[in-house]
Design a binder for this molecule. Structure first.
Ligand code: EPU
Length: 432
């Protein structure tokens, strides 16, 4: 299939209700964890996304049969343990696939998995994943771009997983998935606390693992001999939920977001409050009313429960039309700022110094041809385009298809004017 673009006509406030899909970043490691199961797994709330399809292909190569059922359910069952090889061609399409390493090693004693390499948001090292697996006793070599890991037996131990930017979400997940079948007890110190890590832990527990402390910086795992299949439902996607709330606020609309877990979004809701936005929070819904322009705030991305890096770009699009000057600093991915230049092309006023941006709110944005550099940058540009005067042609929307299920369909149902078209413009090599 050729490239596609979104054509968005701005200036229509979003109105109505939208239901959040299951979390992409919870579903991916959970699907990888099915490698560990002796029986069939039945998983609900798996979003229909390109990233899930890529992981399903990789799992297929690894002998896990994945079948999509109705309404977000996925059946996964190991049918062969012959191949433990995840090739570069697939892993480089999606970094999260690196988290097949821990389960392969624990269950099959051997794994050859391509190093994922960097991406548009930065270098994205995997040293913490490897440090944790080595501490469990794995013999790990890097050869020709591949991680080759072997272990006759993994042994529980104490592992400190803090890195230069704090904890690692997938690093914690990878090590946890290996430790569940290790002999003895593993303690992960400086573990990531993200809800997606808790969801993975709960899935492993449903399979028979013994895990305490997920959601804190100290996770204790007592190894068990085997894990069974199970039935499980993935948590709602907190990033998608907040993206819809930000789009509602930015367009001056009125939107009720359903299937939301507001406690997963405390830092974001706190910024909404500080910005003076009109929202109403209930148990499983948040209603946003964008009657006022947001006031300036100061915002630094941090590991959970801090403000998520994945919402830095969408929030910047919202504040581009705010009052005053909002200061953004991304401490997790200091290079995750490619959307800045594109927002500026739409009329945003942004001053950038290293990983800090000062966004000075303007009265209006203008539609323009722009390009998504990654998933969340793409979401930010959609928000900006929905507010802008005139038409925006947003290219490289394959990034958005990685992480927002039927994004344009759901925006259409909220009254947006957005359509998907073939992108006829040739892809050019970057201008240097
Ligand atoms: N880091 C290291 N060494 C490692 C691993 C990470 O130094 O071995 C650093 C990273 O460079 C970064 C920080 O630690 O500065 C946090 O990275 P983390 O490992 O937590 O990121 P990740 O697990 O690879 C997940 C999400 C990302 C999200 C980050 C941070 C998935 C599939 N991906 O990535 O989501 O930005 O956590 O919250 O769960 C997205 O959905 O758009 C996305 C990029």
């Amino acid at each position: 299939m050729g490239l596609e673009k979104f054509v968005i006509e701005g200036g229509r406030p979003l109105k109505g209700e939208v239901t959040v899909s299951g979390s992409k970043n919870a579903a991916l490691p959970i699907l990888a964890a099915t490698i560990l199961a002796e029986g069939p797994c039945d998983i609900g709330g798996v979003p229909v996304l390109r990233d899930v399809d890529v992981l399903a292909r990789i799992l297929g190569e690894l002998g896990v049969k994945i079948e999509r059922g109705a309404t977000g359910r996925v059946a996964a069952q190991v049918v062969s343990e012959d191949k433990s090889f995840a090739p570069y061609e697939l892993v480089s399409m999606m970094r999260a696939s690196f988290c097949v390493l821990g389960p392969l090693l624990a269950k099959r004693g051997y794994a050859k998995v391509s190093l994922p390499g960097g991406c548009a948001i930065g270098d994205r090292p995997v040293d913490l994943h490897l440090k944790g697996l080595r501490a469990l006793g794995a013999d790990i070599k890097i050869e020709h771009g591949y991680v080759i890991a072997k272990a006759d037996k993994l042994r529980g131990t104490n592992i400190y997983l803090g890195g230069p930017s704090g904890s690692s979400v997938l690093g914690t997940g990878n090590v946890m998935m290996a430790a569940v079948l290790a002999e003895g007890t593993t303690i992960i110190e400086h573990a990531a606390c993200e809800p997606e890590v808790v969801d993975l832990a709960n899935f492993l527990i449903a399979m028979g693992a013994s895990i305490d402390g997920a959601g804190s910086h100290r996770i204790k795992i007592r190894g068990v001999r085997r894990l069974e299949g199970c039935e499980y439902n993935v948590i709602p996607d907190r990033i998608e939920a907040a993206t819809f709330l930000m789009a509602a606020a930015a367009t001056g609309g009125e939107v009720i977001v359903r299937n939301i877990e507001p406690t997963h979004l405390e830092a974001v809701i706190d910024k909404f409050r500080e910005a003076g936005l009109g929202f109403n929070r209930n148990c499983k819904t948040v209603a946003m009313s964008g009657k006022v322009r947001p006031k300036e705030v100061e915002l630094t991305t941090l590991p959970y429960p801090g403000f998520p890096t994945d919402l830095q770009a969408p929030m910047m699009a919202l504040m581009a039309l705010g009052q005053g000057a909002t200061v953004f600093t991304d401490l997790i991915y200091p290079e995750r700022l490619h959307h800045v230049a594109e927002l500026k092309r739409m009329g945003a006023r942004v001053i950038r110094v290293n990983n800090t941006c000062v966004v000075i709110g303007v009265d209006k944005l203008q539609g323009a041809p722009v390009m998504a550099s990654d998933l969340r940058a793409g979401a930010a540009l959609v928000i900006a385009a929905l507010c802008a005067e005139g038409e925006t042609h947003l290219r490289r929307i394959y990034h958005i298809d990685r992480g927002y299920e039927n994004f344009e369909g759901r925006l259409l149902s909220l009254g947006a004017k957005i359509r998907r078209e073939p992108d006829e413009a040739p892809e050019k090599p970057p201008v240097v």
